[in-house]
Design a binder for this molecule. Structure first.
Ligand SMILES: Cc1cc2nc3c(=O)[nH]c(=O)nc-3n(C[C@H](O)[C@H](O)[C@H](O)COP(=O)(O)OP(=O)(O)OC[C@H]3O[C@@H](n4cnc5c(N)ncnc54)[C@H](O)[C@@H]3O)c2cc1C
Length: 228
């Protein structure tokens, strides 16, 4: 923090993992049909949703939006759900680097107003990134200047928005999970484990309640004696 170093000891150790490999393993363990398609529209008639995609249309009484910051489905049904005025933006690159063992966040307003930079070690590599809490997207120059300090050069860039607000998780009868709902932590930009945990929990609730035929609103649930 502007030349001052503050050590924060984490309660739990952090881990890094191969996200693609992880997603493939997770997907191989469920029996759901997985369709790769772009979402194009949604209609709600009575209690039935019909979702249009580039691979056809699908109808269901239950719908979950996990489309990341775009919240594509929720935004179509509830215009303004995305809250474009409350978005942060980050870019990062992963390069060979073995000189650090712990996370480093850099808060230097003279270098980056309303933002942070980071260095995350992951095995033989490290991820270097910069984020703007005001949603500034022209950050490549800042990233290059940050990398220069460590005498490394940019590789492929990963970039994206994340929210600094939590939004309603159930709207117009659809569940919204992960970054779509604002689950990425606003300070650190960490959201993978939260999105997985909350997505899993949402799936459990849907399965449990739909098996019992009792997918009810909170108000209706509270009215059932012994319901939890
Ligand atoms: C630069 C950067 C670095 C980050 N680093 C970390 C980190 O180190 N650790 C961490 O925990 N988190 C990190 N995050 C946050 C993390 O990426 C998010 O919290 C996480 O990806 C949210 O998961 P999600 O499944 O909700 O959304 P996403 O991962 O964004 O997935 C949403 C999916 O929906 C798809 N989609 C969107 N619209 C449509 C449409 N119309 N049709 C079809 N598909 C659509 C998208 O293509 C995407 O595949 C970082 C974020 C950024 C921007």
């Amino acid at each position: 923090m502007n030349n001052r170093v503050i050590d924060i000891h984490l309660e739990k150790p952090y881990c890094t993992f191969d996200f693609t490999k992880f997603s493939r393993i997770l997907n191989s363990r469920n029996s759901a049909e997985f369709i790769k398609a772009a979402f194009t529209g949604v209609k709600k008639e009575s209690n039935l949703f019909t979702v249009s995609t580039t691979q056809g249309s699908y109808s269901s009484r239950i719908l979950v939006d996990a489309t990341g910051w775009r919240a594509s489905v929720a935004e179509k049904l509830i215009p303004g759900y995305v809250h474009r005025d409350m978005l942060s933006f980050g870019i990062e690159t992963e390069v060979p680097y073995r000189r650090e063992e712990s996370f480093h966040f850099f808060y230097e307003p003279d270098f980056l107003k309303n933002g942070v930079s980071w260095l995350f070690p992951c095995g033989e590599f490290a991820r270097f990134g910069v984020a703007s809490y005001t949603g500034e997207t022209r950050l490549q120059g800042k990233l290059d200047a940050f990398l220069d300090r460590f005498h490394v050069t940019r590789d492929k860039i990963h970039r994206g928005f994340f929210f600094y607000c939590l939004k309603k998780p159930v709207m117009e009868g659809i569940f919204v999970v992960g970054c779509a709902q604002g689950q990425t932590l606003p300070l650190t930009g960490e959201g993978i484990s939260r999105s997985i945990t909350i997505g899993t929990r949402c799936g459990e609730i849907i399965q449990k309640r739909s098996w019992t035929g009792r997918l009810l609103s909170m108000k209706a649930r509270k009215s059932i004696p012994g319901w939890h």
